[in-house]
Design a protein around this ligand. Structure first.
Ligand code: SUD
Ligand code: ADP
Length: 268
């Protein structure tokens, strides 16, 4: 069985307070985009994991798919062993949630393949254990997210008709690094309401709280956002904890100058 886990962007990201458990409460909008990994699972005698494509830092045993397998196995002891092959396309350390998406799609695939009978709500509960933004990828629809980023309210939002361009600069930001440098600030108006405004107005009201300190540490990321606005973007922002940056355009911009030092994805 093969599935194609996709990435996400964050439209707005407000870190509102530090929680007693060390995590942060936030407000964000998750929006799925069309950059995909390829994930294959075959029933086997032993559990194994192999990957191709982009290098994934860390041991295979720590891969979120393997962690997902062990999580399910605890509750479904008869779950057969599987051979997992992941072809990695989604840039890593990008704020695109690639690892979380792989894990969520793995859970969905195991549920279907082995008839575990889990509802979407139940699968979200498993996903939450693996990572704060993992649960989003179970339903994989645009949502307003709050608390740790793992509670959702559905949202009518479509970027259909716009050109959305994503750039991955030569910089990688770890999520933990991003949270360490942020100063939580309560919001005056909820992102849930702000995002209902026309896309052309977002620039005035919607922000990503990680940008200030991440741009200071990695000026190349700030440069990409500035280029997007020079090229006429209606809205541009770093995604999540970075380092990728997306721009929303009315018509496709000429970004050939960026291709020399960045990876550019058109129409995501
Ligand atoms: C920042 C966001 C925005 O969507 O995503 P990315 O940009 O990394 O994709 C998410 O909050 C990332 O979610 P995720 O990548 O699943 O985070 P986790 O693995 O659960 O946590 C990694 C580390 O980030 C910090 N963390 C994460 C989520 C949160 N609400 N508060 C936190 O303080 C914690 O220090 C934690 O140890
Ligand atoms: N399947 C996976 N794909 C990518 N990264 C993974 C995976 N499983 C575990 N990881 C770990 O998660 C880290 C970042 O994952 P990723 O979701 O790409 O980050 P982010 O969304 O924060 O940019 C990597 O450094 C890697 O060690």
């Amino acid at each position: 069985m093969i599935v194609f886990p996709n990435a996400k962007i964050n439209i707005g990201l407000n870190i509102t307070e530090r929680r007693p458990d060390g995590y942060h409460n936030l407000e964000t909008v998750f929006y799925p985009i069309k950059i995909n990994d390829v994930l294959e699972v075959i029933e086997s005698d032993v559990l194994s994991f192999q990957s191709s494509g982009l290098d994934i830092p860390g041991d295979d045993a720590d891969n979120l798919c393997i962690k997902g397998y062990h999580l399910l196995k605890k509750d479904f002891p008869k779950l057969p062993a599987v051979k997992i092959h992941l072809h990695k396309n989604i840039p890593i350390g990008a704020g695109l949630g690639g690892g979380s998406s792989d894990a969520a799609f793995f859970i969905k695939m195991m549920n279907e393949k082995f008839g575990l009978g889990l509802s979407d709500d139940a699968m979200e509960d498993y996903a939450r254990v693996l990572g704060a933004d993992c649960a989003f990828f179970i339903r994989n629809q645009p949502v307003f997210a709050f608390e740790k980023g793992d509670e959702f309210e559905s949202l009518k939002l479509s970027l259909e008709g716009y050109s959305v361009v994503l750039v991955m600069p030569d910089a990688h930001v770890s999520t933990a690094e991003a949270y360490r440098g942020v100063k939580p600030t309560p919001v005056k108006e909820s992102l849930y309401d702000l995002v209902q405004a026309p896309v052309a107005d977002w620039k005035r009201y919607i922000r990503n709280d990680f940008e200030t300190h991440i741009f200071a540490a990695h000026p190349v990321i700030r440069g990409v956002k500035a280029t997007f606005y020079e090229q006429g973007a209606l809205y541009a922002s770093m995604s999540g904890s970075g380092a990728s940056v997306f721009g929303i355009f009315e018509t496709m911009p000429d970004l050939s100058a960026l291709e020399e030092y960045c990876q550019v994805f058109y129409n995501v």
